[in-house]
Design a protein around this ligand. Structure first.
Ligand code: GLN
Length: 540
């Protein structure tokens, strides 16, 4: 096994995860098997309890792990399938060390950051290597070099590199080279200082990936090479992409980053075959058709809150040769009088997942608009619950229908068409306690769901506490809301649709987590095709 460690310098949000994932794409296309893991220095056990304002999207894996959105990049850019073992936080490390201490594992010793915390970090690297047995493991260290909380991770990878020896480890430092407008120049000093900080800890990067808005040029590359102590050709320019993040692997390939990594790791493998990836990119950049999709959510101003949803829409665009323009619509704005104007001229309306009642009335209004006007609608998780509430209110005439999630003291809905799952009623602790991960859903023969998936049963990832209330099922079905997917034992409703509508479908799952550019998700593909048909009055 060969090990690549990716650290970040100067500022956060540089796209370290994307760089790691794009390197993964290149290595896989050179015939290597790859796994990727993320180390996050915060003390939460996982990001599941954090607000999207703190953390962006929580990305869910098959095994139910709630993880950082970078794992989404890893899965979208490579063929690797990830598990709980691929996401470690300081919280998990300390929890384990403290449990060990109570068990008596360190009997007689003083428990310390070095060696106990750093050993536990290294144990996790070894454990993942052992369980995946891939050729290469890429480990991304979250945060920025210089952060106090990141230190144990940096010390751990230094010790680890010492143990596995040269030729088996490659350190990549992703850094920022800012352009100072007043001086009209790119500046290397922050990078020099960040590398100095790394060297203080005993880490010397083999590769320097420079995020920048303008080309570095020969002079700056030489300067960075000299002062950061890396060979000239190991200074990699990673400019902001022009069109899409899926350009990054090709950009890094042009800079010969994968050659460099393979040399450092003494891996002898052919150049990356990027033909199919280039085809995908061509379709993304110059599509034949165009559609406009409205995503009605409550964290719209955050770029990262619905990351996987936005990506899945773009992947579906590749499959249908459609450029997808995404209108990010704030649900609370839709609630206001005249708010439906925001929904005008859309090819399709998507309501993504969410928690809490802020903005729900706007989402309900959007679902009603889609249903009544024959606009394609795709509901994801909360989006299914919203579609159900809307149907109950406006078709079944249950004017006060709602989800018990939105009940407040003194205001309880008389018609809880969405309610807490039976298995959730005793749950007190918030962390990791939702219905999580891959669950089987059986599809109704002849339904739109069965047609789109082309299967009779599917596995999709979940993250929810509430469900469709089966007491109302007969009434819904009689009025034209078809239950097109359920769990095996028919206990939970997984999918609903309106067969008389051109395209109205919702799922309790999060299909966005299974979409890749190389494998667009059938629900999203169907949605984009339907949106195209609505806008252009012809099928693709
Ligand atoms: N808040 C809803 C529930 O817990 C929906 C969750 C979601 O959209 N992920 O069931």
């Amino acid at each position: 096994m060969k090990y690549i460690f990716v650290t970040g310098g100067v500022i956060s949000s540089l796209g370290k995860g994307l760089t790691a994932a794009a390197l993964g794409t290149l290595l896989e296309n050179r015939g290597l098997t790859v796994t990727l893991q993320k180390f996050d220095p915060y003390l939460n056990v996982d990001p599941g309890t954090m607000s999207p304002y703190q953390h962006g999207e929580v990305y869910v894996l098959d095994d139910g792990a709630e993880t950082d959105l970078d794992l989404g990049h890893y899965e979208r850019f490579t063929n690797t399938s990830l598990s709980r073992a691929n996401a470690t936080t300081s919280g998990q490390v300390y929890k384990q060390v403290l449990e060990n201490e109570r068990e008596g594992v360190y009997l007689g010793k003083t428990v310390q950051v070095i060696p106990h915390v750093t050993d536990e970090i290294q144990r996790r690297i070894h454990a993942l290597a052992e369980s995946t047995k891939t050729d290469v493991m890429i480990t991304e260290i979250g945060g920025t070099v210089g952060d106090i909380e990141g230190l144990p991770f940096l010390e751990a990878i230094r010790e680890f590199a010492q143990e596995v020896g040269p030729g088996n480890v490659c350190f990549i430092h992703v850094t920022y080279v800012p352009f100072i407008k007043a001086a009209g120049e790119l500046k290397t000093k922050p990078t020099q200082q960040s590398v100095a900080k790394l060297r203080e800890i005993g880490l010397a990067p083999h590769v320097l990936v420079c995020r920048c808005e303008y080309p570095l040029g020969k002079e700056l590359r030489s300067k960075l090479s000299m002062f950061c102590n890396v060979p000239y050709e190991a200074v990699i320019e990673e400019k902001d992409v022009e069109h899409t993040i899926y350009e990054v692997p090709l950009m890094l390939q042009r800079e010969r980053m994968d050659d460099l990594v393979c040399q450092t790791l003494r891996l002898d493998c052919p150049p990356a075959q990027m033909g199919p990836w280039q085809d995908i990119l061509r379709r993304m950049i110059a599509p034949q058709h165009r559609v406009r999709i409205g995503v009605v959510g409550k964290y719209i101003e955050l770029q990262d809150a619905y990351k996987s949803v936005y990506e899945a829409l773009k992947h579906a665009g590749v499959a249908t040769d459609c450029g997808v323009q995404i209108d990010q619509i704030e649900a609370e704005e839709v609630e206001k009088p005249g708010g439906e104007l925001l929904l005008k001229d859309l090819g399709g309306i998507l309501v993504p997942g969410g928690f809490g009642d802020r903005g729900t009335e706007g989402k309900i209004k959007a679902a009603q608009y889609a249903r009544e006007k024959g606009i394609p609608y795709l509901g994801l998780c909360l989006g299914l619950q919203i579609a159900t509430i809307e149907f109950a209110r406006n078709v079944l005439g249950l004017k006060l229908a709602n989800s018990t999630e939105f009940d407040t003291e003194g205001r309880k809905t008389p018609d809880p068409v969405i309610h807490l799952q039976e298995t959730q009623r005793h749950v007190k602790r918030k962390g990791g306690s939702m219905r999580l991960g891959a669950q089987e859903c059986v599809l109704k023969p002849g339904s739109l769901a069965a047609k789109l998936y082309g299967k009779s049963s599917v596995m999709e990832r979940h993250r929810h506490r509430y469900e469709f209330n089966q007491d109302y099922r007969a009434r819904f079905e009689a009025a034209g809301l078809s239950i097109s997917g359920t769990t095996l034992n028919d206990q939970l409703v997984e999918m609903v649709e309106i067969p008389t509508h051109p395209f109205f479908i919702s799922t309790q799952a999060h299909p966005e987590f299974l979409s890749k550019p190389t494998r667009p998700h059938p629900l999203f593909v169907g949605f984009i095709a339907a949106a195209h048909q609505r806008l252009h009055k012809k099928a693709i």
